[in-house]
Structures are given as C-alpha cells and as structure tokens.
Design a protein around this ligand. Structure first.
Ligand SMILES: Cc1cc2nc3c(=O)[nH]c(=O)nc-3n(C[C@H](O)[C@H](O)[C@H](O)COP(=O)(O)O)c2cc1C
Length: 209
C-alpha cells in the first residue's frame, strides 16, 4: 500500500472508521512521511495497464453523487504516456455524456482495472483532462487504437495521483472468450478426432451386421 493513495483515501471519516474497527494502527504506517509515495507508474503497473480491455471509472457529479461507468475497448486502449500519465480515446456511445459532464466540473477520477484470470486489480486516483478531437487531432491519433471500429470523440488524459494494488480476495477467476480460446482449441481438436473415430467405428459395425 502506498502513501500517495492512502493520503487521498484515508480521509478523517475513514480514519475514524479504522479506529472503531481496530485497523487504524496497521494503516497509520502508510501515512508516515517515510512510507513510499509510489505515485509513479513503474514497469509492472505499465504492463498491467496496457494489457487491459476495459476498466471501471468513477467520476463525481456536481451534486456530489459518485458515477461509475465501464469503459471497454481493444486490449491496449488504455495507454501509458509517461510515468504519471495514462490516456484513452473516449468513443462515441449513447451520447448521455455523464462522465464527460462530470469531469468538466470536477477533474477527479478513480479507476479500477481488473485482471480476472490472474485475479489482480489495480486502483488509481487521478485528475482528468478532456481534449476534444478537433482541438488536438494529433493527440487522438496517439491514443486511439488503429483499426478499432469506434468513433473517438475526445482524449481523456489522466494524471495519476495515487495507486494501490488490491489483494486477490473475492475476485472470480473468469475468462473472456479470447482468453478461453487457447484452452478450448485442444479440446475441440480432441472432440473432432473422437467424432471421426466414432463415425468410423459405427461404419465398421454397420458393415459387420
Ligand atoms: C452505439 C453505441 C456504441 C457504444 N460504444 C461503446 C464503446 O465502444 N466502448 C464503451 O465502453 N462503451 C460504449 N457504449 C456504451 C456507452 O455509450 C459508453 O460507455 C458511453 O461512453 C457512456 O458514457 P457515460 O455513461 O459517461 O455517459 C456504446 C453505446 C452505444 C449506444
């Protein structure tokens, strides 16, 4: 657990809850000046971020409501621009623009990135800047995944302020269709071989009777 993340997440009310529940002492050390800040994206985080094909994103509305939305795309659509910056192309969708509107009033954003098969998750806090396509076309080209069938409207550039690797507890080890395919391929092959063998045996039995 990192100091940068704890400084944002452990508000006075959170610290009070930790006190009541008896975990305050354990978490106090992550707020100590000597604790590692860990607010920079290292090679492990970068590889994890760039392998994702989706993430959950929370923004804050002007009435104070949290708003969570899933953003999906081809693996690698969430890009690491440098050790403090990640970005993605925001595609045209249902045109409600809830996240876009929220971020125009409050740039605070929180993402949770899931790796279900390996039961890993990375949480991060950041501040988002929205860059409309027409304002900086070169930027969209940089963050959009070439060939993906979606219409990018803007780039969402996130300056990361804190990160935390969450423990694997209670993460179901589910696979996407693409992740499942290499496991299914040998089974399909074996099924085909058995079906052919079965047909040949049936034919032999038919011929013998
Ligand atoms: C035609 C159409 C296309 C969509 N394409 C995407 C997409 O490529 N990726 C995605 O995460 N959501 C897609 N969505 C779902 C939402 O529209 C999208 O997540 C949108 O950005 C929601 O933003 P908001 O909830 O912040 O308003 C699509 C929806 C529609 C109706």
């Amino acid at each position: 657990m990192a100091r940068a993340f704890s400084e944002i997440a452990f508000t006075p009310a959170v610290r009070a809850a930790q006190e009541r529940q008896g975990s305050a002492k354990v978490y106090q050390k992550f707020l100590a000046p000597e604790a590692e800040r860990a607010d920079r994206i290292g090679p492990d985080e970068a590889a994890f971020i760039e392998a994702r094909d989706g993430f959950y994103q929370a923004t804050v509305s002007e009435t104070g409501w949290p708003y969570v939305q899933f953003r999906g795309g081809p693996a690698g659509f969430l890009k690491v621009l440098d050790d403090q910056t990640i970005a993605y192309a925001d595609f045209r969708g249902n045109r409600q623009y809830v996240s876009t509107g929220n971020l125009s009033g409050d740039d605070r954003i929180s993402l949770i990135l899931m790796d279900y098969p390996n039961r890993r998750r990375l949480k991060l806090f950041g501040r988002a800047r929205l860059v409309e396509k027409d304002d900086e076309p070169g930027l969209i080209d940089r963050v959009h995944v070439e060939g993906y069938k979606a219409r990018p409207e803007r780039a969402v550039i996130i300056t990361v302020e804190g990160m935390d690797w969450n423990c694997p507890s209670h993460i179901p080890a589910r696979l996407t269709r693409e992740e499942l395919e290499p496991h299914l391929a040998p089974l399909k092959q074996e099924l085909g071989r058995l079906q052919a063998e079965n047909a040949a045996l049936k034919q032999m039995l038919g011929a013998a009777s």
